[in-house]
Write a protein that binds this ligand. Sequence first.
Ligand code: RIB
Ligand code: CA
Length: 311
Amino acid sequence: MRIPVIIDCDPGHDDAIALLLAFASPKLDVQAVTVVAGNQTLEKTLKNTKDLLSYAGVRTRVAAGAEKPLLRELTIAPEVHGESGLEGPTLPPADFKEVEETAVELMREVLLRSEEKVVLIPTGPLTNVALLLLTYPELKDRIDYISLMGGACFGGNWTPAAEFNILVDPEAAKIVFESGIPIVMHGLDVTHRAQIYGDEIERIRSLEGQVPVMVAELLDFFSKYHVDFGFKGSPLHDPCAVAYVIDPTLFKVKPLHVDIETRGEFTTGATVVDYYNVTGRPANAKVAFDVDRERFIDMLVEALNSYERGD
Ligand code: RIB
Ligand code: CA
C-alpha cells in the first residue's frame, strides 16, 4: 500500500531534489504539490515547481499557496538559491499549469478524498500548513503525521538561533507545533549530517540521463554557497523529510517537546527543543539527530536513476 502524501515546498534546490525523490519512490503516492513563498517569491517558487516536474515528466496537481507569512514580511534566500530560486540548470517552461484551487483548498480536497490518513511533507515555511489548520481544524484527524524540514535543536542557519523555514514564518510554525498532529522534525542537527559530497555529485552526473545531469547542475550551484559557509559538502535538507517517510530506519529520532519562539530579540524563529526534558512537558515532535548518510545518498541515486529507466 503506497503512502498518500502531500508535499508543500518552496523550490529551492533541495526542495527540487526532495520532489524528485518522492515521485520516484514506489512507496509514496504523491497526491498533490502545494507551493509557498520562502526561498523565493511565490511567483518564482511556483514556476520552479512546475518547470522541474515538467522536465522530469511528472504529472500531478500543483497549487499556489501563500505569497507571504501570516503576519510578517517575506524573507527570501537569493544568496542560497539565486535570483530565480533554482539557479544552475536551464529548464524549459512547464507544459502544464497550476490548478485553480489555492494550496489550502487542494490540500483539503486530498484529505477529504483519501481513504487513508495522509502524510504532509512541508519543506518550506509553514504558512500553507498553518492556514489549512486554521481554516479547517476538523481535517487534523485526516493527517497521519507531518514530516517537515525545519528548525534545529542546536543553532541556526539564518540567525544564530533560527533556521530559515521556521524564521520566515514563526507564527505559522507555532500553530503547527501546537496542533497536536504528530510531527517528525528534520532540523539542521540531522540535515547538516545529510551532506552530499563532490564525488557523489559526479556519481549522479555519470548516470547521464537528463534528470540526473540537471540535478548535478543544481548541486553545482547549491554547493558554491555551502563551500563558502565552510561545509565539506551540501546539506540535503528537504530530501531528509521525504526520505524519512520512505524509510524511517535511515534516521535516529528522539521524542521531545518543541516550542517556537516568536518574540525574542535575538531568538525569534528558534525551535526551542527541550532536549533534557527539563520542563517535563510531553513530547510534541520526534526530532531527528542522525542519518545513515551513505544509505540516504544511495536512495537518492537510485531514485534519480529511475527517471532514466522510465520506471
Ligand atoms: O534551512 C534550510 C531550508 O530553508 C530548506 O528547506 C531550504 O530549501 C530553505 O527553504
Ligand atoms: Ca525548502
